[in-house]
Design a protein around this ligand. Sequence first.
Ligand code: URA
Length: 204
Amino acid sequence: MLELSQLAAQIRACQRCRLAQTRGRAVPGEGPEHAPILLIGEAPGMNEDRQGRPFVGRSGDLLEALLASIGLRRGDVFIANGVKCRPPENRDPLPDEIAACRPYLERQIELLRPRVVITLGRIAMARYFPGQSISRIHGQIQWVEGVGYVPMFHPAAALRNPPWMAALREDFARLAPLVAELYPGRTGEPLASPADEAAQLSLF
Ligand code: URA
């Protein structure tokens, strides 16, 4: 869709906040224009900042394994971040940085019209569930005007915390019936190539 690519070009040239001074490359996000599922992360890390693509480091490997566990590949979903530029030293994005970037994500959502929005981590969650605790509400789908919102733990946090990893896997597994509904011809069953299994074994 032309507008999504125009928006991505605007994001790559953005100077709206201080992160423009320190970023390598802005990371608009990527995926098919009609993806039924939108994943929203927090902000690019070092690898994403170098490549200009979302979730390409270890968190990205985990995300791909989680998607494979419900029969999806990376290219089946749209992956974006709430903040499009890397904060220095991977610090949390500041409220004014989140606010400056917000219109970009808003516009992406308007253009994509996803059926399900998965927020990864507490900062992405705060946009839809302000004041809530991720430990309490993760994995619970909330339907608003036909769109399902699902808060989940951030893959990077799960890599550091085994109980959150278990929760993240369970929360993904619970989405399998929705995959069968949203993606014609899919079952939500895990993708079972040996490479996928090997990737999952070393990550989970
Ligand atoms: N963490 C995020 O939140 N987003 C990325 O793109 C990569 C890591």
